[in-house]
Design a protein around this ligand. Structure first.
Ligand SMILES: [Zn+2]
Length: 183
C-alpha cells in the first residue's frame, strides 16, 4: 500500500468535510449528535485536537492517507483510545475517543479511566482528567459500567443530502437523548 503524508491543505479540506458532516448530524440527532458521531468518521477532527499523546506527552507523529480509500491513519505511533473502554460499555463516539501513543494505549488496556489516571503522573494526570471532563461533560468517576454497546452506524444515505433537504426531512431530531445503555 502506498502512503501519502497528509498536507496542511488536505487536512483543512477534510476538516471542512467533517464539519459539514457534523452539521448534518446535528440536524438528525439534535444536541446529542456527538454521542452518535463514530470516531472513524471524524478522524481528522480527532487528529487536529492535539499533536501529542495526552497521557505521556509524547509526539504522535505524522498522519498519512492511504493512496486509495478514505480512512486516514497514523504510521506506527498513534492509535484511537476509547477513554471509557468499549468492553466496559464506553461510548463509540468522538466524545469518548482520543489519539494516544501506542505504548499508552497498550498500557491502559481495558482499565476504567479512573484506574488509568492512578497510574499517570502530573502534569499528564491532571491534563488527562481535564480532557476527559471537557469531552464527556462529567467527571470520570460518574461513568458507570454497562454491557458493550452494539456499534452505531451513521445514516449514510441521508448524510449525502444537502442541509436544507435534511431540515425538511428532519424538522425535529430522531432521538431524544444519548444512545441507550444496557446494564
Ligand atoms: Zn503516550
Amino acid at each position: 500500500m502506498v502512503l501519502q503524508p497528509l498536507t496542511p491543505d488536505d487536512l483543512a479540506a477534510r476538516l471542512l468535510d467533517e464539519q459539514a458532516k457534523a452539521r448534518k448530524m446535528e440536524i438528525i440527532f439534535g444536541v446529542w449528535w456527538r454521542h452518535y458521531a463514530v470516531p472513524y468518521e471524524f478522524a481528522h477532527t480527532l487528529y487536529a485536537e492535539r499533536s501529542s499523546c495526552p497521557y505521556c506527552g509524547g509526539a504522535l507523529g505524522p498522519f498519512y492517507l492511504p493512496a486509495e480509500g478514505s480512512q486516514p491513519s497514523f504510521i506506527g505511533r498513534a492509535q484511537i483510545d476509547h477513554m471509557d473502554p468499549l468492553s466496559l460499555g464506553g461510548e463509540e463516539s468522538i466524545r469518548n475517543a482520543v489519539y494516544v501513543c501506542d505504548a499508552c494505549n497498550m498500557a491502559k488496556g481495558r482499565r476504567m479511566f479512573t484506574a488509568w489516571l492512578d497510574r499517570l503522573n502530573d502534569p499528564h494526570k491532571s491534563f488527562a482528567r481535564q480532557l476527559y471532563v471537557a469531552k464527556h461533560g462529567h467527571e470520570p468517576e460518574a461513568f458507570q459500567r454497562a454491557r458493550k454497546q452494539s456499534r452505531l452506524t451513521l445514516p449514510r444515505r441521508e448524510l449525502l443530502f444537502d442541509e436544507s433537504v435534511l431540515r425538511q426531512l428532519f424538522p425535529t431530531p430522531i432521538v431524544s437523548g444519548p444512545p441507550e445503555r444496557r446494564r
